[in-house]
Design a protein around this ligand. Structure first.
Ligand SMILES: NC(=O)c1ccc[n+]([C@@H]2O[C@H](COP(=O)([O-])OP(=O)(O)OC[C@H]3O[C@@H](n4cnc5c(N)ncnc54)[C@H](O)[C@@H]3O)[C@@H](O)[C@H]2O)c1
Length: 334
């Protein structure tokens, strides 16, 4: 039995592959990634790996060859705050590539497609707490792309009988996360900054709240999203049950490191409070929040200190400079 993981060199993809190799050895994993945001070293040696770009390759041959039972479509560029400045790229990479995956799942009778959407689809949220029954209203192109993918997948379910499960993870962090990208993964950015003798940066006041989720707690639920009958055609928030402010998160990391300086930058166009519900993930996927922020950050920090010195990922130009924040106009700083 074969399963496909797209984005297999990234955080969720590589760690889910490790989990499946260890816990479900009866499945063979095929992994696809263009290595734009993940690293070859992250990929489990048992994975049959194809370096392919989902924007330029339909994947028809790979789908035909392996006849996948399940597809986990994780590949995306998840730089939410940057997405208004790389609009075209965002829609090509995150939306159009998903449409091609959906085509292949329909053609090849895949048993279920698992798609990782995002908390960003909620935007500011209809209610204070984001629950899955709300009508999404994203406030950035990244969220719009993911919401469009969700709708497209639902249509494929209605019209072509494709089974699916849509997961909306929140602020996942942990070992194998990209800490070298200047535009995403706040906890990883702070680790990179500290390791490179730069101050840790916070956009705006730092009173924004986020529910951080340690990757290890999400792995079995991600697997269940493919195989659990109750997860069929469900949208499920997945991740940490406690929201903390960015200021608090920064303090926890500085406690873990035992050092660190923070500076404040201009605020961004972003959601102030992202507080998701988690009941559905417990009821359907057996989610269990085992790892608190301090413990998760301690493990990630031990790993980060032993990583190779990699070049930081910086866009050489953007599609749009109008309205661009000063800290991204001068990318060599911070
Ligand atoms: N990590 C989070 O906090 C979080 C939160 C919500 C949603 N998500 C979603 O979960 C998924 C996985 O996130 P992650 O944190 O593992 O990200 P990641 O950047 O670590 O991994 C994504 C992988 O996809 C690959 N990729 C990107 N574009 C590609 C393309 N065109 N062709 C082939 N490969 C491509 C990258 O090289 C990378 O290895 C994404 O869809 C993301 O939007 C993540």
């Amino acid at each position: 039995m074969y399963i496909l993981i797209t984005g297999v060199a990234g955080l969720l993809g590589s760690r889910l592959a490790d989990w499946i190799v260890e816990n479900k050895p009866e499945y063979n994993i095929v992994g696809i990634d263009n290595l734009s945001g993940g690293y070859i070293e992250n990929i489990n040696p048992k994975v049959i790996f194809y370096k392919l770009d989902l924007v330029s390759n339909s994947l028809a041959e790979v789908f035909k060859k392996y006849k996948f039972n399940f597809v986990f479509h994780f590949a995306a560029y998840a730089a939410e705050g940057l997405s208004p400045f790389i609009r075209g790229f965002n829609y090509d990479n995150n939306l159009k590539s998903t449409a091609r995956i959906v085509n292949q799942c329909i053609i090849n009778d895949v048993k279920r497609l698992v798609f990782t959407s995002t908390m960003a689809v909620y935007g500011h949220g209809e209610k204070k707490i984001f629950d899955e029954s709300q009508v999404p209203c994203p406030i950035d192109p990244y969220g719009v792309a993911k919401y469009a993918c969700e709708m497209d997948i639902k249509i494929a379910g209605e019209q072509h009988g494709l089974d699916w499960c849509i997961i909306r993870p929140h602020n996942v962090y942990g070992i194998k996360q990209n800490i070298w990208d200047k535009y995403r993964n706040v906890l990883g950015i702070w680790m990179y900054q500290y390791l490179n003798n730069k101050p840790m940066t916070i956009f705006g006041s730092g009173n924004q709240t986020r529910a951080f989720s340690y990757i290890d707690d999400s792995l079995e639920p991600l697997w269940k999203s493919a195989v659990e009958p109750k997860a069929s055609k469900e949208i499920i928030n997945l991740g940490g049950i406690k929201s903390v402010s960015i200021l608090e998160a920064n303090k926890v990391l500085k406690d873990v490191i035992g050092d660190g300086k923070t500076i404040f930058l201009e605020g961004r166009h972003e959601v102030e409070h992202a507080i998701p519900t988690f009941k559905k993930s417990i009821d359907i996927l057996g989610f269990n929040h085992k790892t608190d922020l301090k413990e998760g950050l301690s493990e990630m920090w031990s790993w980060a200190q032993n990583q190779p010195k990699r070049n930081r990922f910086i866009w050489s130009s953007y599609e749009l400079d109008k309205g661009l924040y000063s800290f991204w106009k001068n990318p060599s700083k911070l």
